[in-house]
Each structure stands twice: as C-alpha cells, then as structure tokens.
Write a protein that binds this ligand. Sequence first.
Ligand SMILES: [Zn+2]
Length: 70
Amino acid sequence: MPKIDNKVFCINHPDEEMNEFDGKFIIPNTNKDDDGKFRQLSTAFIGRIYRCEICQYIELYSISDDEAAV
Ligand SMILES: [Zn+2]
C-alpha cells in the first residue's frame, strides 16, 4: 500500500498505522548466467520492515541510497 503522509497502513486494517520493525532486511542481488543458474552479486537491496500489530502483515520498503552502504 502506498505511504500516506509518510506513514504505512495495514492493507487488512486501513485505519491501523504499521510500526517499523526493529531491524532491516537485506536481499542479495543476483544475476542469471548463461548456464541458467543464479549467482549472487556483491550488491544488495536493503530496506525497512513495517508490521501490523493486529494481523502481523508486513510490508517492505527500500531505504534511500544515501542511507545504504553496501
Ligand atoms: Zn493488519
């Protein structure tokens, strides 16, 4: 769900503001080689985790490039 006034709301509870989870997620970037296998690159995708306290639904948002040092 898009942020509203820079706040994140639950898709199941549209009136419930989601809290930022204590921690970040990191997903390694990959590349598919000619042999059809995926190889991990040295770069990654880093972001914030928001969670609904009622249903535990989470959403992931990337952090800005100036915050990231991968
Ligand atoms: Zn919810």
